[in-house]
Design a protein around this ligand. Structure first.
Ligand code: FUC
Length: 790
């Protein structure tokens, strides 16, 4: 006994069981032993309004991104294709809602035939891609990364013999000639010395765009070909070459943008020339090694916060093959870890402060008009993009949405007043009707709720504003952005409700996103989706008000309304009703509909939880009845819901189904078509299975599936700003580590935790309160680390 205690203390004092896992970050990579095919658009398959579908791009190319810009590369040895996307370059698109459009294609003609020992790897730990092969006895290496701090795509071409690098760099501005009138685009390409410049305009939002490509050769010869305005640079016999690519438009995110008419949104007299030139100049001066160092510092600072080890081995087969085997039923915990970490990679690549939020396709689109515009869809998709930001320790990736929100807020306030004027005129209060947002939005425009999605879409959005605070405990943020956002949403929602005969307040008109009945969208009063989000936002507002000591008289109305919402009703099938007027499950609407909007109070909401046993059981019945045969993001919502019902095996089942049915060879995921939301939703789901914190305490391994028998993780985040690490064996936790980043009481729930021993980093024994055998609490200091042995 004495020996055990001594060993235990030694373990704690000398750094405990976790310090090693922090160091041994497993290698995560997406890789192939073949270049991606590039056969051009498949003209037999038309998508997105009749434009060809480029399966090679969508299924096989690998993505890089720095928030502003995305690049997909193919790793080819004959002609390399690098496709560039920029978040602010939009045309009219299919529905007149604006659409992300392909910025540029960059081709590198190498003409290396019959490559041997080919390898194309996207290293997720570093966000660096490498292409290696041998051709005619020369070993070639290409390295690509997209830098956030220096805002460039940097490429380095090397060979193990001198003078062996020769190629032609040949950019193209897509869709200059094959466009339809309403998407018209102008553009030209000019090569001058070591620089190629692409410039042009898309009229729809008055967008001027520019890209610069700088080619820096070591040895050999560089010639800019200006004949026929082709804008080509040819390099011959160089030892190595660095290529830097930067893009920009005249887009400026501000309040006016959303208020102005289409053609006045941007200042047409401004070009991004200076901005792009400065980026290229600075990056050239720094040089490749420095750029790489900056990139690694920046990226790894975010990425390396979380490790997840389900006791898998790094496989030796290609990612494609790994996925294929998984589809054939072999299961693979490495792939399950990789999908989680790849989600974190994609979020970092597509959502950084100063750039716009991550869209429906993140920051990647090769289309002339992107399916569903590639924009910000607010009846689940954009919210799902950020569900995992908080628990997967990437809270700052949500800042772009806050910046976007601040810019659209005045317009959202006008929309709120118009909405209330139309739907509940008696409730209008001058201009002070809060703010609202509806389903469709893009970097230039937002719209009101209505039609197939009720006003709850706003509450769906403001939930993220509360979560950002609850996870980071950033009180300055809460005061400046979080509280005003919640207050404005409650003001709006409080006017969308009307008293029914029995006094219950019902949102009217109300709709459960995209549900149809008898062929058309179904509108009613008091859907669970809308009622639920009024409840959620009102409650979050009250929590925020208590923290900031706010005494606004409006808060009394909020309290009164909460008691009159009666948001959750259980029907005769034992289900959570989607509609108040429904008795048995699916009397109204499609019984297998992809949206499970009436379960939003379970996830991302918190109204349905372990203390509401009857509702939790009804949520399980609903999930069983709805089934998992659905589309990409819809599976991700089910996965998170199963985590919240604490059904780890069921959550894992839907995760496995998602990987099998909705995951592409490059590990992008599809709805279909390709949408990024499912990747992010499932990443959130993995974290939600391993750590929950929505019930007033931290619950590690809350929905651990049998398939993840042994494992450990570090750095997942619980509300209260606690970083949690855990180790478990045979399904039983053996130790936890808590890093308290804001101080405060740490309550933690785990079977038998009342018998645990806790020490701090100096080996001091920590005394704790035992609330029950399974729930304890103890005070923590800001910055303190606490080790729990079970
Ligand atoms: C929602 C979904 C659709 C699609 C679109 C982008 O409206 O219902 O299926 O994902 O967003």
């Amino acid at each position: 006994m004495k020996i055990t205690i001594a060993l235990f203390c030694l373990l704690l004092v000398t750094g405990n069981a976790f310090s090693q896992t922090n160091l041994t970050h497993k290698i995560y990579k997406v890789w192939d032993d073949q270049p991606a095919p590039n056969r051009g658009g498949d003209y037999n398959i038309k998508k997105a309004g009749g434009f060809p579908y480029d399966a090679d791009w969508e299924l096989e190319s690998y993505p890089l991104g720095n928030g502003y810009m995305g690049a997909n590369f193919f790793g080819r040895t004959d002609t390399e294709r690098i496709q560039i996307t920029e978040k602010t370059l939009l045309n009219r698109g299919l529905y007149g809602l604006g659409s992300l459009t392909n910025f540029a294609e960059i081709y590198l003609d190498f003409n290396h035939k019959n490559p041997q020992y080919y390898n194309r790897t996207l290293n997720i730990n570093e966000a660096i891609a490498a292409i290696k092969y041998t051709s005619e006895d020369v070993n070639y290496t290409r390295e690509y990364f997209m830098s956030y701090p220096d805002k460039v795509l940097a490429i380095k071409l090397s060979a193990d013999k001198k003078g062996k690098i020769s190629f032609k760099l040949r950019p193209e501005i897509p869709h200059l000639v094959d466009s339809v009138e309403y998407n018209k685009r102008s553009g030209k390409i000019v090569a001058e010395k070591d620089l190629i410049t692409l410039t042009g305009t898309i009229n729809y939002f008055s967008t001027n765009y520019e890209a610069q490509i700088k080619v820096i050769n070591d040895g050999g010869e560089l010639v800019a070909d200006k004949s026929n305005d082709t804008g080509v640079i040819e390099v011959s016999n160089a030892n190595s070459v660095v290529i830097l690519i930067a893009t920009g438009t005249n887009y400026v995110l501000n309040e006016d943008l959303f208020k102005k008419k289409l053609k006045d949104k941007l200042d047409f007299s401004v070009t991004p020339h200076k901005k792009v030139s400065v980026i290229i100049q600075k990056a050239s001066e720094k040089g490749y090694s420095k750029l790489k160092e900056n990139h690694l510092d920046d990226y790894q600072h975010l990425f390396s916060r979380v490790s997840l080890d389900l006791k898998s081995k790094v496989p030796e087969i290609t990612t494609k093959q790994l996925l294929e085997n998984y589809k054939n039923g072999s299961g693979n915990r490495y792939l399950e870890e990789l999908m989680f970490q790849y989600g974190r990679y994609l979020l970092i690549a597509s959502s950084r402060k100063g750039a716009l939020p991550s869209g429906l396709q993140g920051v990647w689109s090769q289309y002339m008009v992107t399916p569903w515009t590639g924009g910000y869809w607010h009846n689940i998709n954009i919210q799902m993009n950020y569900w995992g930001a908080f628990n997967a320790n990437l809270a700052e990736t949500f800042i772009p949405y806050i910046e976007y929100f601040n810019a659209y807020l005045p317009t959202a306030s006008q929309l709120a007043t118009q909405y209330i004027q139309k739907n509940n005129p008696e409730a209008v209060n001058g201009e002070d009707n809060g703010w609202t947002i509806g389903t469709g939005a893009n970097p230039y425009e937002i719209g009101p709720p209505g039609g197939h999605s009720g006003p709850g879409t706003g509450g769906f959005t403001s939930k993220l504003f509360w979560e950002y605070y609850d996870f980071t405990r950033d009180t300055a943020y809460l005061r400046e952005s979080g509280y005003p956002a919640l207050l404005g949403m409650s003001k709006f929602l409080s006017k969308t409700v009307k008293p029914s005969k029995n006094g219950t307040l019902l949102v009217e008109p109300s709709a459960s996103p995209e549900q149809r009945h008898d062929g058309s969208y179904y509108t009613t009063a008091g859907t669970t989706f809308d009622q639920g989000f009024v409840w959620e936002n009102h409650n979050d507002l009250l929590k925020a008000a208590a923290i900031l000591n706010k005494k606004d008289g409006f808060l009394d109305l909020v309290k009164e309304q909460i008691d009159r919402l009666d948001p959750i009703l259980v029907g005769k099938s034992g289900q959570i009703k989607e509609y108040r007027e429904e008795t048995y499950y699916s009397e109204i609407g499609d019984k297998h509909h992809r949206h499970i909007s009436h379960l939003c109070p379970l996830y991302p909401g918190t109204l349905i939880n372990s203390t509401t046993k009857e509702w939790l059981d009804a949520a399980i019945v609903t999930l069983d009845l709805r089934g998992n045969n659905t589309t990409g993001w819809a599976m991700a919502h089910r996965m998170n819901s199963r985590a919240r019902t604490k059904e780890g095996d069921k959550a894992h089942e839907v995760y496995a189904k998602f990987i099998k049915e909705r995951t592409l060879p490059n590990l992008w995921t599809t709805h279909p078509p390709f949408q990024i939301d499912g990747s992010f939703g499932c990443m959130a789901g993995v974290a939600e299975m391993l750590l929950q914190s929505h019930e007033g305490y931290i619950e590690p391994l809350a929905a651990l599936p049998k398939a993840w028998r042994d494992g450990e993780y570090t750095g997942l985040v619980a509300r209260g700003n606690f970083e949690i690490s855990a180790i478990w064996k045979s399904g039983q936790a053996t130790s936890f580590q808590i890093h308290s980043k804001s101080g405060g009481t740490c309550k933690i729930k785990y079977p038998g935790i009342g018998d645990a021993q806790i020490q701090d980093a100096s080996g001091e024994v920590i005394h704790f309160n035992i609330e029950s055998a399974d729930l304890i609490g103890f005070g923590t200091e800001k910055g303190g680390r606490y080790f729990i042995e079970l």
